[in-house]
Write a protein that binds this ligand. Sequence first.
Ligand code: HEM
Length: 142
Amino acid sequence: MYNIIQHTHSGIMWIAVAMLFLSVLLATVILIKKKEECFAKREKIFKFTKWLFYFQAVLGIVLLFISEKVHFGEGFMKSKDLRFYGMEHPLMMLIVIAFLAIGLFKAKKKANSLHAIRTILIFYSIALLIVAMMIPWKAVLA
Ligand code: HEM
């Protein structure tokens, strides 16, 4: 069971990161080309990206309970790896999800305009930056 969830979590990571990168790229192109009324057309892509991260969070929360890399016992904060998997990675990824959810929510309020796309660009870019920093690349590429 642990193996299935761990492999799914690290496999979906690639799709989630690719979709987040695509969302940022798409928002940038729309802004450069000043294509008004493009938010509604592309909203499904931004939403799908957000849902991929929600899914990752569900798997990640399960992993917090069953992962062999997570122990909240003595010395938890002193060990770099235990601190990363038990606290830094989950906490920062939750912040990423907040950025995606708030970004999309705020964009929707700005109706179908370039302002909505600009909001997506800002919030999703910050999310992408945090994700790139908080993925355990050593474990992924090992
Ligand atoms: C709140 C959200 C999240 C929580 C609670 C969480 C939790 C965890 C935990 C506990 C592990 C260690 C699992 C193990 O290998 O035994 C882990 C590993 C990992 N997580 Fe997350 N995670 C979250 C979100 C994400 C997101 C959004 C991504 C990427 C898009 C991601 C990518 C990874 C990767 C690549 C690993 C390494 C897996 C491996 O060792 O092969 N996580 N996560």
